[in-house]
Design a binder for this molecule. Structure first.
Ligand code: MN
Length: 137
Protein backbone atom coordinates (compact mmCIF):
# COMPACT_ATOMS: atom_id res chain seq x y z
CA UNK A 1 0.00 0.00 0.00
CA UNK A 2 1.44 3.34 -1.07
CA UNK A 3 1.52 5.92 1.76
CA UNK A 4 -1.76 7.74 2.07
CA UNK A 5 -3.34 5.90 -0.82
CA UNK A 6 -6.48 4.96 1.12
CA UNK A 7 -7.24 8.63 1.69
CA UNK A 8 -7.53 11.01 4.59
CA UNK A 9 -8.88 9.86 7.96
CA UNK A 10 -9.93 12.36 10.63
CA UNK A 11 -9.38 10.83 14.06
CA UNK A 12 -11.58 12.38 16.76
CA UNK A 13 -10.10 11.21 20.06
CA UNK A 14 -9.37 13.05 23.31
CA UNK A 15 -6.96 10.54 24.84
CA UNK A 16 -3.43 11.39 23.63
CA UNK A 17 -2.17 7.80 23.85
CA UNK A 18 -5.15 6.40 21.95
CA UNK A 19 -4.84 9.17 19.41
CA UNK A 20 -1.17 8.48 18.80
CA UNK A 21 -1.76 4.72 18.48
CA UNK A 22 -4.77 5.14 16.19
CA UNK A 23 -2.92 7.51 13.88
CA UNK A 24 0.14 5.25 13.75
CA UNK A 25 -1.98 2.21 12.88
CA UNK A 26 -3.93 4.09 10.22
CA UNK A 27 -0.80 5.53 8.66
CA UNK A 28 0.81 2.13 8.54
CA UNK A 29 -2.40 0.91 6.89
CA UNK A 30 -2.14 3.46 4.10
CA UNK A 31 -4.16 6.43 5.39
CA UNK A 32 -3.14 10.02 5.86
CA UNK A 33 -4.51 11.35 9.15
CA UNK A 34 -5.69 14.52 10.81
CA UNK A 35 -6.63 14.70 14.48
CA UNK A 36 -9.24 16.44 16.59
CA UNK A 37 -9.38 16.32 20.40
CA UNK A 38 -13.03 17.36 20.77
CA UNK A 39 -16.26 17.75 18.82
CA UNK A 40 -15.63 21.48 18.54
CA UNK A 41 -12.12 20.91 17.25
CA UNK A 42 -13.44 18.40 14.71
CA UNK A 43 -15.96 20.92 13.36
CA UNK A 44 -13.17 23.45 13.04
CA UNK A 45 -11.00 20.92 11.17
CA UNK A 46 -13.87 20.13 8.82
CA UNK A 47 -13.89 23.74 7.68
CA UNK A 48 -10.46 23.10 6.17
CA UNK A 49 -10.17 19.40 5.39
CA UNK A 50 -12.48 16.97 3.66
CA UNK A 51 -11.69 13.52 5.09
CA UNK A 52 -12.63 10.28 3.34
CA UNK A 53 -13.39 8.75 6.72
CA UNK A 54 -13.96 9.81 10.32
CA UNK A 55 -12.94 7.68 13.31
CA UNK A 56 -15.15 8.89 16.13
CA UNK A 57 -14.43 8.35 19.80
CA UNK A 58 -17.78 8.46 21.61
CA UNK A 59 -16.69 9.72 25.01
CA UNK A 60 -15.29 13.21 24.48
CA UNK A 61 -15.05 16.17 26.83
CA UNK A 62 -18.03 18.46 26.24
CA UNK A 63 -20.17 17.28 23.33
CA UNK A 64 -19.91 13.55 22.79
CA UNK A 65 -19.13 11.75 19.55
CA UNK A 66 -22.72 10.66 18.94
CA UNK A 67 -23.95 14.25 19.09
CA UNK A 68 -21.27 15.25 16.61
CA UNK A 69 -22.13 12.30 14.33
CA UNK A 70 -25.79 13.36 14.28
CA UNK A 71 -24.82 16.90 13.30
CA UNK A 72 -22.45 15.75 10.53
CA UNK A 73 -25.02 13.33 9.08
CA UNK A 74 -27.66 16.10 9.07
CA UNK A 75 -25.40 18.51 7.19
CA UNK A 76 -25.33 18.00 3.39
CA UNK A 77 -21.70 19.19 3.35
CA UNK A 78 -20.56 16.28 5.55
CA UNK A 79 -23.36 13.70 5.36
CA UNK A 80 -21.53 11.50 2.84
CA UNK A 81 -18.39 11.05 4.95
CA UNK A 82 -18.36 7.56 6.49
CA UNK A 83 -18.18 7.64 10.29
CA UNK A 84 -16.79 4.69 12.23
CA UNK A 85 -17.46 4.93 15.96
CA UNK A 86 -14.72 3.71 18.24
CA UNK A 87 -16.45 2.70 21.43
CA UNK A 88 -15.28 1.42 24.79
CA UNK A 89 -18.62 -0.24 25.35
CA UNK A 90 -19.69 -3.11 23.13
CA UNK A 91 -23.06 -3.55 24.79
CA UNK A 92 -26.03 -4.02 22.51
CA UNK A 93 -27.60 -0.77 23.62
CA UNK A 94 -24.46 1.12 22.77
CA UNK A 95 -24.43 -0.42 19.30
CA UNK A 96 -28.02 0.70 18.72
CA UNK A 97 -27.18 4.24 19.83
CA UNK A 98 -24.19 4.34 17.49
CA UNK A 99 -26.29 3.42 14.45
CA UNK A 100 -29.18 5.66 15.54
CA UNK A 101 -26.74 8.60 15.54
CA UNK A 102 -25.92 7.88 11.89
CA UNK A 103 -22.56 6.16 12.33
CA UNK A 104 -21.83 3.63 9.59
CA UNK A 105 -20.26 1.09 11.91
CA UNK A 106 -18.26 0.71 15.06
CA UNK A 107 -15.07 -0.80 16.38
CA UNK A 108 -14.63 -1.75 20.02
CA UNK A 109 -11.79 -0.41 22.16
CA UNK A 110 -9.08 -1.27 22.87
CA UNK A 111 -8.27 -1.32 19.17
CA UNK A 112 -6.21 -4.15 17.80
CA UNK A 113 -3.34 -2.77 15.71
CA UNK A 114 -3.24 -5.94 13.64
CA UNK A 115 -6.88 -5.89 12.59
CA UNK A 116 -7.96 -2.25 12.87
CA UNK A 117 -7.53 -1.32 9.21
CA UNK A 118 -9.30 -4.50 8.10
CA UNK A 119 -12.18 -3.72 10.48
CA UNK A 120 -12.50 -0.27 8.92
CA UNK A 121 -12.46 -1.74 5.42
CA UNK A 122 -15.21 -4.16 6.46
CA UNK A 123 -17.39 -1.28 7.66
CA UNK A 124 -16.79 0.65 4.42
CA UNK A 125 -17.55 -2.44 2.33
CA UNK A 126 -20.79 -3.14 4.20
CA UNK A 127 -21.79 0.51 3.75
CA UNK A 128 -21.09 0.36 0.00
CA UNK A 129 -23.07 -2.86 -0.37
CA UNK A 130 -25.98 -1.37 1.54
CA UNK A 131 -25.97 1.73 -0.68
CA UNK A 132 -25.82 -0.42 -3.80
CA UNK A 133 -28.72 -2.48 -2.45
CA UNK A 134 -30.75 0.68 -1.94
CA UNK A 135 -30.14 1.77 -5.53
CA UNK A 136 -31.32 -1.54 -6.94
CA UNK A 137 -35.01 -1.59 -8.04
MN1 MN B 1 -12.53 9.54 24.87
Amino acid sequence: MVDGERGLALVVEDNPTNLMLTRAVLERGGYRTEAARSAEHALEQLQHVRPDLILMDIELPGRDGLSLARQLKADPATAAIPIVAVTANAMHEDRARVFAAGCDGYITKPISPRTFTAQIEAVLRARREEQEGERRP
